[in-house]
Design a protein around this ligand. Structure first.
Ligand code: BG6
Length: 503
């Protein structure tokens, strides 16, 4: 049974995982060795795991328990001394996800671990697989009797990673399939951006301070800019990326989550229901664009060859696995409206792209100009509007830009910055996103996971844009790798008398 208040332990600071088994489907894959195992190892090093804990890997690859243990040891560089000991308890089940025998074997292994370690029938099933098998694995877990909480007070939880569907309809279908087996409370949908400290800090900044919230609205904010820039290209993920594009890969999930946290109303309590209720209300307030508005407010871009961070790189169409007539969006810029009392009339400009000059995610609140500048003409040329910039990554922190007098006889004013930097202010190291989220899933704290209504609402915003992009004649604005995107994106803001920030 799920505890009455699963958050009590999580939020109140007792951040220790209860006895449980982490079952990883896709155990021989990239996500498991690159993200999940390093996160488990870190949790072990910080002594946040129960002494009754084990990992069971499931995948088609024909490995033995020892092969799996050896691979997982290799996966974590500079592991602490407990890792060798912990991995010695790991078990592995080789099998096809479509074969019920795989789940029979899994059930036997889990019973053995319950008896050996006292894991009390508590399981976190992590689907580190391609999304195409989510529904099938969930059903097989149900058929094998593994989806119900254990009789002796244990729990069964399912963790899945985006993409949650390919569009609104497939997202709804996925929910129907998952809900046929797991209750919504058992499903933990990961958006790793929510595991980032600086994304969570949006809540602290807004709701732990008296000075920001009073100006966090249409009376003071001129517009908001959200940037998720990446310097990387599509690497070896071309096949996947061709079916996704930046809109599905970044906007539908990461950008919508950051936007929701930026725009939402104060929750009554910082817990799963409080935060997710407010996020979904904010998402619901985003005006769904009409086809004409899409044409006006949304720029689809794709990178050509160029130079990024001192390296010469090929254009998207010359990447591995990409057709030379591809129109996939590697860049998207758009102007959205959040039509509610707080934000009416304040544009939210959003942009994301690959092969931009650097990796950088930020939210910039750009404030209105002062109503009247009492300085002699010409002495305020270096003065811009006030801005509060939340630097989500890298160089995590917050910058406040304001005007100051330039030293000297004249009354010249210019913009200066006041900086808060995480690295300088705190000695504590930020946990990696996966570390935080895995622990939350074990504790049973769904605050930083996405609820099904949020997923739906985010797809609703993307639907008309997806429809436009599905037409190959929708313009593909080209940009040189290593630049800040196509000129059409500049025009989008210039038409409104505004400019993108140059971070
Ligand atoms: C993933 C996308 O969700 O986020 C990738 O699929 C992208 O394409 C990545 O590179 C970016 O994550 P981060 O944490 O590096 O900003």
């Amino acid at each position: 049974m799920e505890p009455d208040n699963p958050l009590a332990a999580g939020l109140a600071g007792d951040r220790h995982a209860p006895p449980c088994v982490l079952v990883v489907f896709g155990a021989s894959g990239d996500l498991t060795s690159r993200k999940l195992m390093p996160a488990v190892e870190q949790l072990a090093q910080r002594r946040l795991l129960s002494t009754s804990f084990a990992v069971v890997g499931v995948a088609r690859t024909e490995w033995s328990d020892d092969d799996f243990r050896a691979r997982m040891r290799e996966a974590v560089k500079d592991a602490g001394p407990e890792w060798e000991h912990l991995t010695s308890r790991f078990r592995y089940v080789a099998g096809d996800y479509a074969d019920s025998a795989t789940f029979d074997t899994l059930a036997t292994v889990l019973d053995e671990l319950d008896a050996e370690l006292g894991t009390a029938g508590s399981r976190v099933f992590y689907l580190a697989t391609v999304p195409g098998v989510f529904a099938g694995v969930a059903k097989a877990l149900g058929d094998g009797g593994l989806a119900s909480p254990g009789a002796d007070g244990g729990f069964a939880r399912l963790v899945i990673e985006k993409p949650f569907g390919h569009d609104l309809e497939s997202a709804r279908q996925l929910d129907v399939d998952l809900h046929a087996v797991f209750a919504e409370e058992q499903i933990y949908r990961i958006d790793h951006y929510l595991g980032k400290e600086t994304v969570q800090n949006l809540l602290a900044l807004r709701f732990a301070n008296a000075i920001f919230e009073p100006i966090w609205n249409r009376n003071y904010v001129d517009h908001v800019q959200i940037t998720v820039a990446e310097s990387v290209g599509v690497g070896h993920r071309g096949g996947f990326y061709e079916t996704a594009g930046a809109l599905r890969d970044i906007v539908q999930n990461h950008v919508m989550q950051v936007l929701a946290l930026t725009a939402m109303e104060p929750p009554v309590t910082i817990d799963a229901q409080g935060i997710r209720d407010e996020k979904v209300k904010a998402l619901r307030a985003i005006d769904v664009l009409t086809p004409d508005e899409v044409a006006d407010h949304v720029v689809r871009g794709q990178y050509d060859a160029g130079w990024v961070e001192g390296e010469e790189v090929v254009g998207y169409r010359d990447e591995e696995g990409i057709s030379d007539s591809s129109v996939t969006d590697t860049y998207v810029a758009m102007r959205l409206r959040v039509d509610n009392w707080r934000w009416a009339g304040v544009p939210f400009y959003v942009r994301t792209g690959k092969r931009l000059p650097k990796r950088l995610t930020e939210v910039a609140m750009q404030f209105r100009e002062v109503p009247h500048l009492p300085f002699p003409a010409g002495l305020a040329q270096g003065l811009g509007a006030n801005a509060l910039v939340l630097r989500i990554q890298p160089d995590e922190g917050i910058t406040l830009r304001f005007g100051a007098k330039v030293p000297g006889q004249a009354f010249e004013v210019r913009s200066v910055s006041m900086d808060f930097s995480y690295g300088a202010a705190f000695l504590e190291e930020s946990p990696e996103a996966y570390e935080r989220l895995l622990l939350d899933a074990m504790i049973g704290d769904p605050t930083l996971f996405i609820r099904s209504d949020e997923v739906e609402q985010a797809w609703k915003v993307c639907e008309p844009i997806l429809a436009a992009f599905s037409d190959p004649s929708y313009p593909v604005a080209r940009y040189e790798a290593g630049t800040w995107g196509p000129s059409a994106a500049e025009d989008l803001l210039e038409r409104d008398g505004r400019k993108w920030r140059r971070p």
